[in-house]
Design a protein around this ligand. Structure first.
Ligand code: COA
Length: 260
C-alpha cells in the first residue's frame, strides 16, 4: 500500500506508524484519517505485529489537531459527518484494536492530536510535548471523542478546565494528571516505547486482546464490564496460550505464545 501522509516501520513484532505531514505539524485531514485507518486495519490483522506505536514525524509535533483549513467552511451537517466518520474509522477503531497501541507524543498534541493519543491504549510523552484541547478558542468543541476520553483519563474537573480554557499543559503536568504514563527525553522516546513493547510481547497476545476488550467495556454505557470480564476470562481457558502459559510456569520455563 502506497502511503502519502504517513510512514510505517516494521521491526521484530513492532509497527511504528509516523503521521507525516510535518509542514502542517501533522494536522489530520480526511485523507490522512482514512490512510491511518487502512494501515492500522492491515497491521491489526497481521499476526506478526504485536505492538503498534503511533507518533509524529519531525521534532515539533505529534499532531497539531484536525486540519482547520479543511473544515473551516463546513456546514452543521458536514461538521457532524466529519466527527461521526472520524470517530468510527480512527478514534473508536484504535481504542478497540486487538493489538496494543501506544501513543508516543513527540511534541504538540492538540485537539484531534490529543484525541488521537487518548484513543490509543496508553501514552508516553517526550519532555518537550505540549497537550491541549483548543477547540473552544475556534468556536467549536472537541469532536473526536475528547469530551469523553479526557474526563475518563484525568477526571471531570480537570477536563472541564482544559476544555474551557483551551490552554496547553506540559508533559510534566500531563504526567501528574495521569494523561501520560511516562515522560522521557525526546531523543529517547521511541527507544523507551520499544522497551515497553518488548515487555508486552513476552505475554500472550490473545490474553492481551481480551484484556483490552474487558478494560474498554468499563466505559461503554449499558454494558456491564464485570460480565464482559467474566466471559473474556472464561474464553482464555480454551486457548493454546493459556495451556502454554500455565504449563510453562509449572515446568519453570519461559512460555512461547502463539501469534494473536
Ligand atoms: N490545521 C491546519 N494547519 C495547521 C494546524 C491545524 N490544526 N496546525 C498547524 N498548522 C499549519 C499552520 O497553518 C502552518 O502552515 P503554513 O506554514 O502553511 O502557514 C504550519 O502548520 C506551521 O504552524 P505554525 O502555526 O506556523 O507553527 P507555530 O510554531 O507558530 O505554532 C501551534 C504551533 C501548534 C501553536 C499552532 O500551529 C497552532 O495553534 N495550531 C493549531 C492548533 C489547534 O487549534 N488545533 C485544534 C484544531 S481542532
Amino acid at each position: 500500500m502506497a502511503l502519502k501522509n504517513s510512514l510505517l516501520e516494521l521491526e521484530k513484532g513492532i509497527a511504528t506508524l509516523f503521521i507525516n505531514r510535518p509542514e502542517k505539524l501533522n494536522a489530520l485531514n480526511k485523507e490522512t484519517i482514512q490512510e491511518l485507518h487502512d494501515t492500522l486495519k492491515l497491521i491489526d490483522e497481521n499476526p506478526e505485529i504485536q505492538v503498534i506505536v503511533i507518533t509524529g514525524s519531525g521534532e515539533k509535533a505529534f499532531v497539531a489537531g484536525a486540519d482547520i483549513a479543511e473544515f473551516a467552511h463546513f456546514s452543521e451537517t458536514e461538521g457532524a459527518q466529519l466527527a461521526t466518520k472520524g470517530q468510527q474509522i480512527l478514534f473508536d477503531f484504535i481504542e478497540s484494536m486487538k493489538t496494543p497501541v501506544i501513543a508516543a507524543i513527540n511534541g504538540f498534541a492538540l485537539g484531534g492530536g490529543l484525541e488521537l493519543a487518548m484513543a490509543c491504549h496508553f501514552r508516553i510523552a517526550s519532555d518537550n510535548a505540549k497537550m491541549g484541547l483548543p477547540e473552544t478558542s475556534l468556536g467549536v468543541i472537541p469532536g473526536y471523542g475528547g469530551t469523553q476520553r479526557l474526563p475518563q483519563l484525568i477526571g471531570k474537573g480537570r477536563a472541564m478546565e482544559m476544555i474551557m480554557t483551551a490552554g496547553m499543559i506540559t508533559a510534566d503536568d500531563a504526567f501528574r494528571a495521569g494523561l501520560v504514563n511516562h515522560v522521557v527525553p525526546q531523543s529517547d522516546l521511541l527507544n523507551f516505547c520499544n522497551g515497553i513493547a518488548q515487555r508486552i510481547m513476552r505475554n500472550s497476545p490473545v490474553a492481551i486482546s481480551k484484556a483490552i476488550e474487558a478494560v474498554n467495556a468499563n466505559f461503554v454505557s449499558g454494558v456491564n464490564g464485570f460480565d464482559v470480564e467474566i466471559n473474556a476470562f472464561g474464553a482464555c481457558f480454551a486457548t493454546e496460550d493459556f495451556k502454554e502459559g500455565t504449563t510453562a510456569f509449572l515446568e519453570k520455563r519461559k512460555p512461547e505464545f502463539e501469534g494473536k
